[in-house]
Design a protein around this ligand. Structure first.
Ligand SMILES: *[C@@H]1O[C@H](CO)[C@@H](O)[C@H](O)[C@H]1NC(C)=O
Ligand SMILES: *[C@@H]1O[C@H](CO)[C@@H](O)[C@H](O)[C@H]1NC(C)=O
Length: 255
C-alpha cells in the first residue's frame, strides 16, 4: 500500500535538547488537513516552532500548520484525531500514544488496561482523559475481542470479587436497551442478552457499562460479556482507555 506514514523525529532537529527529543509526530496518509477547532491558533515562522508549541502544551496531541505569504499559522489540536478539513496549504501531524497503549489489530485504536480498584466510572473516564484518551468503546468487534483477551491474560491479577472493568457506554434509565458511545455510535437491543450482553443483562442500574472477565452472580458464568452494574460509582477491577489515531503509527518491526 502506498505512501505510508512518515515520522518526524524531533531529535533530528533538536539533538541538544534531551528533555524533549523523545517526542515523535506522525503524518497520516491524508496529511493535507487543517484542524477545524484548535485549542490555540497563532502565527509561526516555521513548522518547528509549531512542533515545539505542541510539545510544551500538555493537552496538545496534534497540530496543523498552514502556509500563507510570509508567515504560517499553527493550530494546536486537543485530540489525536481532531475534526479537520482538507486544505492544500496545510499539513497535519499527530503525536505518539503514551506507553501502555497497544494497537488493537485491524483498527486504528490503541487500548490500555488499568488495574485499579479505586475508581468510579467518572473517575476512570477522567484518568483516561489525562492521556488524551477516553474510556474504551467496546462496540467495535476487534476492540471487544481485544478487551476480552486482555482480561483473560490478566485474570491472575484480578483480586476483587467483581471481575470487571469500566468501559464507555451510557444508557438513560428507565431505558436500558439503548447504549450511546462517545464516538456518536449506539447499540440498540430489544431484549436482554443481545449483542455482547450477558443473558441476564442489562437488568437494572444507573446506565454505566462494564466488560466482565467472568460473570459470577448467576449462571451462565460466561466470560467477556457486557454488564450494566447497579451503580456508576461502585468499584471495579479497573478500566480500559482507548485512543483512536488518524492512522496506525509505524513501529520498528521488532516491536
Ligand atoms: C443509533 O444509530 C443509528 C445509526 O447511526 C441511528 O439511525 C439511530 O437513530 C440511533 N439511535 C438512537 C436512539 O439515537
Ligand atoms: C471471551 O473470550 C473467551 C475465551 O476465548 C470466550 O470463550 C468468550 O466467548 C469470549 N466472550 C465474548 C463475549 O466474546
Amino acid at each position: 500500500m502506498m505512501k505510508l506514514l512518515f515520522c518526524i523525529s524531533i531529535s533530528f532537529f533538536l539533538t541538544a535538547m534531551a528533555a524533549i527529543n523523545s517526542g515523535n509526530f506522525y503524518a497520516p496518509t491524508v496529511a493535507k488537513m487543517k484542524i477545524l477547532s484548535p485549542i490555540r491558533e497563532f502565527p509561526v515562522l516555521s513548522g518547528l516552532q509549531c512542533t515545539m508549541a505542541c510539545l510544551s502544551e500538555t493537552t496538545c496531541y496534534s497540530y496543523s500548520i498552514t502556509k500563507s505569504a510570509g508567515l504560517a499559522t499553527c493550530r494546536l489540536g486537543g485530540a489525536y484525531d481532531p475534526t479537520r478539513i482538507a486544505d492544500p496549504d496545510s499539513e497535519f501531524f499527530f503525536t505518539d500514544v503514551p506507553p501502555g497503549y497497544n494497537l488493537v489489530p485491524g483498527t486504528k485504536s490503541y487500548v490500555k488496561i488499568v488495574l485499579d480498584t479505586t475508581k468510579t466510572s467518572a473517575q476512570a473516564k477522567t484518568e483516561c482523559e489525562k492521556d488524551g484518551a477516553g474510556l474504551a468503546i467496546p462496540n467495535q468487534e476487534p476492540v471487544h475481542n481485544y478487551l476480552n483477551k486482555t482480561m483473560m491474560e490478566n485474570a491472575a491479577k484480578l483480586t476483587t470479587t467483581y471481575y470487571n472493568f469500566w468501559v464507555d457506554g451510557k444508557a438513560f434509565p428507565p431505558n436500558h436497551f439503548v447504549w450511546f458511545f462517545r464516538d456518536g455510535t449506539n447499540v440498540t437491543i430489544t431484549a436482554k442478552g443481545q449483542g455482547h450482553f450477558h443473558p441476564n443483562e442489562p437488568d437494572y442500574g444507573e446506565g454505566c457499562l462494564v466488560v466482565t472477565y467472568k460473570f459470577i452472580w448467576v449462571a451462565p458464568y460466561t466470560y467477556g460479556n457486557w454488564v450494566e452494574p447497579p451503580t456508576c460509582t461502585d468499584l471495579r477491577s479497573g478500566y480500559f482507555c482507548e485512543i483512536r489515531v488518524p492512522d496506525v503509527i509505524p513501529r520498528p518491526s521488532h516491536q
